[in-house]
Design a protein around this ligand. Structure first.
Ligand code: BV8
Length: 245
């Protein structure tokens, strides 16, 4: 794989934005959504990750999130997450936008993260809208209840058919349309509005760098496309970047 043209570009680049999906956490042992033994294969997204599914059977939905929390709790960030945490320090203007709710970018040391779809370690009171951080795995009580008012808590994530928070989506589109280079790592680029972020970056003149084990609907728009695992390719690019230009 020839990284030189990209490395040359990155040595002249100040503003880098990265968009990640489930693929960057795959090498940490977390199943992706649409990949082999992907989460959705066992459950249809619209059956579980929707407000109507939660209203219909909050216990079932919390059993599903408790199961996913149990998958995520013991795993560690992989070299892909760690390189992005390092890049936050070496590029003067670096932003990380993730669709992942697993919190592994935080665990890897990234600080400047836009979590588009929320975080599985946060819960929200369905009455007071207060947000509570909870790392219990397994959950002590299913469904969990608000410690102050006793109302049902829900996962602080964005479900299908629910809008993203306006401030979050505005920030994500701003970071996309102002960057010089946008990395798109481990996403099938299907779920909206996340999948439109790279297109708005390209429209604004940014170079698109896609890293994925498979082609995606975004591949035709990518200026650089590296086919392979994020946890292997990002360290290779980083090694080249460390070499003096
Ligand atoms: C909204 C949190 C306004 C919850 C998630 C028809 C057309 C267009 C849009 C719609 C439509 N119908 C409905 C919509 C809107 C819908 C949507 O986009 N649906 C899709 C399915 C068509 N979007 C919404 O509902 C959004 N809200 O639009 O509000 C509105 C309201 C009402 C009606 C209309 C509009 C909310 C979307 C957010 C939903 N919540 N997660 C939870 O997780 O429980 S989405 C969830 O799925 C993830 O967060 C992520 O975003 C998505 C999964 O995608 P990826 O992360 O990309 O994962 P995937 O498995 O698909 O792919 C993994 C990739 O990695 C693959 O390409 C694979 O090759 C690669 N890979 C694997 N291993 C590696 C690797 N790459 C590198 N290295 C490896 N090792």
């Amino acid at each position: 794989m020839d990284f030189l043209p990209l490395i040359k570009l990155l040595h002249q680049t100040k503003h880098v934005t990265v968009l990640t999906g489930a693929g960057i956490s795959a090498e940490s042992g977390i199943p992706t959504f649409r990949g082999k033994n992907g989460l959705w294969k066992k459950y249809r997204a619209e059956d579980l990750a929707t407000p109507s599914a939660f209203n219909r059977d909050p216990k079932l939905i919390w059993e599903w999130y408790d199961w996913r929390r149990g998958l995520i709790a013991p795993v560690e960030p992989n070299p892909g997450h760690k390189v992005l945490a390092r890049w936050e320090k070496i590029f003067s203007d670096f932003a990380l936008i993730t669709q992942n709710i697993d919190g592994l970018h935080w665990k890897a040391g990234s600080k400047n993260i836009v979590e588009l779809h929320g975080n599985i370690w946060k819960m929200r009171c369905t009455e007071e809208e207060t947000i509570i951080e909870n790392f219990d795995s397994p959950l002590k009580e299913i469904p969990p209840r608000c410690p102050s008012c006793g109302a049902l808590l829900r996962p602080h994530v964005v479900w299908f058919g629910e809008s993203l928070s306006p401030s979050t989506i505005q920030k994500a589109f701003a970071l996309s349309s102002q960057c010089e280079v946008m990395f798109v790592i481990g996403t099938s680029a299907i779920v909206q509005p996340a999948a439109s972020l790279p297109l708005s970056a390209a429209e604004a003149g940014a170079k698109i760098v896609e890293i994925n084990i498979d082609p995606t609907p975004l591949s035709p728009y990518a200026d650089f496309s590296f086919k392979g695992k994020a946890g292997e390719i990002l360290p290779l690019i980083d090694n080249e970047l460390r070499k003096k230009p």
